[in-house]
Design a protein. Structure first.
Length: 44
């Protein structure tokens, strides 16, 4: 199990497969100072 992030912790680097194809590298997806990432479970 991965370690829980606390306030001020850096987001770990990972690559996600996108639904429409392609990949997204996190946390380097954008050059914005602040980023919000929402993980949604689409199948119950």
């Amino acid at each position: 199990m991965a370690k829980k992030l606390d306030i001020g912790d850096a987001f770990p680097e990972m690559t996600l497969n996108l639904v429409g194809g392609g990949k997204a590298a996190l946390p380097n997806l954008t050059n914005a100072k602040y980023q919000l990432i929402l993980f949604y479970r689409g199948h119950w």
